[in-house]
Design a protein around this ligand. Structure first.
Ligand code: BG6
Length: 467
């Protein structure tokens, strides 16, 4: 295992969408912070020159966050470009030359998973794998067998400590704050268990559709796109035990234990939906049964969580764009009539604003005995100086810190949970755009209902409302 910093970054898929939207902005941000000082070599098949590649980088920055003249000049000087087919050894010979003696390159595969294997083969042939790191974009496989196969292929060429499987949600500070908040505050432990928590719900809502990614999405769907990875990671942060040490493996061990305690999903605990209009999207099959919405219920069968239902829902074309967690507590055995009580809850808003809020019942104003719900809120807007998720994960991978990446056993456990249902033709119910999913939600509705996030225009934190 090497902990020294990578001395070159090679990114495959350099002319693609991800590079345009996320990678160039992340590289510029790293430069501004003084975190990047090694050659950055883009590889793609587009018949481009280095100048065209630089123009693309400039374009990308103009559209995504703005160009910082000084940082862009530095980025331009670090950029190199190799044009060629991923199956052609000549491409990799050219790459070898552009690496100009770099000893510890990080190869970032921002390409479709079907291309991973040929690229890995070629990297090995051109002797570009020794002392190198490999950074792999999600989705990591398409199901459990393909993920296992991919792991076998990569592990033949790289040690696990040199493999960085990206889940950009792990690069989001508010996602990590869930763990920090739990283990930095004494009061949390007192109620963070099956005796007090009644249910947990995680919502990832997006108010837009597939945004021109129809062909990709129609092969993927919501479960593979965001539940198998982003939302199970959030669930692990909520449910994991305290790691015994702060190193990456101790932390990742605890996450894997959470997944191991979850049974494979059953059909009765899943509802899939598809927004009306999806079939007209470019790249989508005429009679597609792919889901653009999924809601599910699962349990973490551990000492801490046994019997507590965890609900997850995610979808496109919902009323707002917001990721939020609500952990509802059991009601107290009080003399106050139950109908006057609102459940206590803890709410973590991940985006668009960041909030941690505690929901409680207080006595309403006036003379009657009446309860009123109130929230104690710690909230803030995302800070402009804050690291974007891609900046964080790319920087960590190049520095060799694997904490924020999915380990081999983690991805396989996550697939194990969702895989049996992906193999079945479970029903897909239509839903109207701008609604909270299909009507057939009964079997995956938490006691007391879903708490739909409300997003204020200026993205300020607003109390959620029961559905
Ligand atoms: C990606 C999914 O992984 O995450 C997209 O492929 C989704 O479909 C995106 O829109 C959401 O990420 P973020 O960071 O914008 O919440």
């Amino acid at each position: 295992m090497t902990t020294s910093h990578s001395d070159a970054l090679v990114f495959f898929g350099a002319t693609g969408d991800l590079a345009y939207k996320k990678i160039f902005p992340a590289l510029q941000a790293m430069l501004k912070r003084g975190h990047l000082n090694v050659p950055v070599i883009g590889v793609a098949k587009a018949d481009w020159t280095l100048d065209q590649f630089r123009t693309r980088a400039h374009d990308s920055l103009e559209k995504h966050g703005g160009v910082d003249a000084a940082a862009f000049e530095k980025l331009s000087s670090l950029l190199r470009y190799v044009d060629g087919d991923y199956g052609n050894p000549a491409t990799f010979r050219a790459l070898g030359k552009e690496l100009r003696g770099a000893q510890r390159p990080a190869h970032y595969l921002a390409i479709p998973p079907t291309m991973f294997e040929p690229v890995l083969e070629q990297l090995e042939h051109c002797d570009c794998t020794t002392a190198a790191r490999i950074i792999i974009e999600k989705p990591f496989g398409h199901d459990l067998p393909s993920a296992q196969h991919l792991n076998r292929v990569i592990l033949r060429k790289f040690d696990e400590s040199a493999i960085f499987r990206i889940d950009h949600y792990l690069g989001k500070r508010p996602v990590n704050n869930v763990v920090a908040f739990r283990f930095a505050n004494t009061f949390m432990e007192a109620f963070w268990n099956r005796n007090y928590v009644e249910s947990v719900q995680i919502t990832m809502a997006e108010d837009f559709g597939v945004q021109g990614r129809g062909a990709f999405y129609d092969q993927t769907g919501t479960i593979r796109d965001v539940i198998q990875n982003h939302l199970l990671q959030i669930l692990c942060n909520l449910a994991m035990e305290a790691p015994v040490r702060l190193d990456s493996e101790s932390i990742r061990d605890e996450k894997v234990k959470v997944l191991k305690a979850i049974q494979a999903l059953e059909e009765t605990n899943l509802v899939r939906g598809q927004f009306r209009g999806y079939l007209q999207e470019k790249g989508v099959a005429q009679e597609s049964k792919m889901e653009t919405f999924a809601a599910l219920r699962l349990e973490v069968d551990s000492w801490r969580w046994q019997g507590v239902p965890f609900y997850i829902r995610a979808g496109k074309c919902l009323p707002v764009t917001c990721t939020e967690i609500v952990c509802r507590l059991r009601k107290p055995p009080t003399f106050i009539p139950a109908e006057l009580l609102n459940s206590n809850y803890l709410r973590f808003r991940i985006s668009p604003d960041v909030a941690i809020a505690m929901g409680m019942t207080v006595l309403a104003a006036g003379d009657r005995l009446a309860g009123q719900s109130a929230e104690m809120i710690a909230s803030r807007q995302p800070n402009a100086e804050e690291m974007d998720a891609y900046e964080r994960v790319l920087g960590d991978a190049m520095a060799g810190d694997a904490t924020l990446f999915a380990r081999e056993d983690y991805v396989e456990e996550a697939w194990r949970i969702v895989d049996p249902l992906l193999q079945k033709a479970t029903p897909v119910y239509p839903y109207e755009p701008n609604s909270w999913g299909p009507n057939e939600m009964e079997r995956v509705t938490p006691p007391g209902g879903w708490q739909n996030p409300v997003v204020a225009h200026e993205n300020s934190a607003v109390t959620g409302q029961a559905a």
